[in-house]
Design a protein around this ligand. Structure first.
Ligand SMILES: Nc1ncnc2c1ncn2[C@@H]1O[C@H](COP(=O)(O)OP(=O)(O)OP(=O)(O)O)[C@@H](O)[C@H]1O
Length: 281
């Protein structure tokens, strides 16, 4: 890693490989989920990870989060090598996984409780983050009184409440209906405009990738690796989502990525293509 980059790069992924060993019947098989993945994410940048099913997107995000260990290589966040989970990284899952007995406010407070933040302060932070995600009027509702989109907003507020250096999101809106998803994409753009958070997210939705990201990293499978990196030079703020989506620039960038993805499909990439193939070493 070069010393100059550490000042501007919020996340540095340095030659990360990950191999899983699995037992299939009586056989021990190796899955090379990631091989020599290297790239950096600048402070305030939004990076989308996309690619066919099984190319290692979630595995990479879990390694960055510290939920999984790389077989080799390393990741640094804010210049510190990742050795486990930490408050410098916040994760938003596809399903918010809220405590059903806690209100939205109490759910957001949870991470701050664990962090040891005093009650008055954590309540104030949780309120502020729920306001930020547009849930100022629903703070006292329990999860069963919230829609799917509202639950995801709570998950987002919870991840932001610890003020992470980088926000990691794994298909955060993948389980939502199209209209709710578009609403939340606009929210992410607004929140990013307000906070300038560094964001990395996984998506299968190329529209979402182009709309939100400064760079789209297309991954390929077997082994999981960076295939191509696309710059998305659409000017910010992109809060006029309709205008961005309707622009030729948007359509051209989306087409270029889609075309590269289709080349991966025709090359036989993706989990379905190799299901049961097992030893991929
Ligand atoms: N815990 C695990 N044990 C064994 N193999 C795993 C494990 N986690 C992931 N893999 C394998 O690693 C490869 C990458 O999986 P990963 O879930 O990271 O892909 P992905 O790109 O996120 O897929 P999707 O788009 O379907 O979510 C796959 O071949 C998968 O089967």
């Amino acid at each position: 890693m070069n010393a100059t980059n550490e000042h501007t790069d919020r996340v540095v992924i340095d030659n990360v490989s990950k191999e899983f060993e699995i037992d299939v019947g009586k056989e021990r098989q190796h899955v090379q989920a990631l091989q020599d993945v290297s790239f950096s994410v600048r402070e305030g940048e939004i990076v989308a990870l996309t690619g066919l099913s099984g190319c290692g997107k979630t595995t990479l995000l879990r390694i960055i989060m510290g939920l999984e260990k790389a077989t080799s290589g390393q990741i640094a966040v804010g210049g510190n090598v990742v050795t486990g989970c930490g408050y410098d990284r916040g994760l938003v899952f596809q399903h918010a996984e809220l405590f059903p007995w806690r209100t939205a406010l109490q759910n957001v407070e949870f991470g701050l409780e664990v962090k040891g933040v005093a009650k008055k302060e954590r309540r104030a932070i949780a309120r502020e983050k729920l306001e930020l995600v547009g849930l100022g009027n629903a703070m006292d509702r329990r999860p069963n009184q919230l829609s799917g989109g509202m639950k995801q907003r709570v998950g987002l507020a919870r991840a932001l409440s610890i003020d992470p250096q980088v926000l990691l999101m794994d298909e955060p809106f993948g389980a939502l209906d199209a209209q709710t998803r578009e609403g939340l994409q606009a929210e992410v753009l607004r929140i990013h405009q307000e906070t300038n958070k560094t964001i990395m997210f996984v998506t299968h939705d190329l529209d979402e990738a182009v709309l939100l990201a400064d760079r789209v990293i297309l991954m390929a499978s077997h082994p999981g690796r960076v295939d191509r990196v696309f710059d998305i030079p659409i000017a910010r703020p992109r809060t006029d989502v309709l205008a961005v989506r309707g622009s030729k620039e948007f359509a051209d960038l989306r087409y270029e990525i889609w075309h590269a993805l289709m080349a991966d499909v025709h090359a036989g990439g993706g989990a379905a293509a190799t299901a049961g193939a097992g030893g991929q070493r």
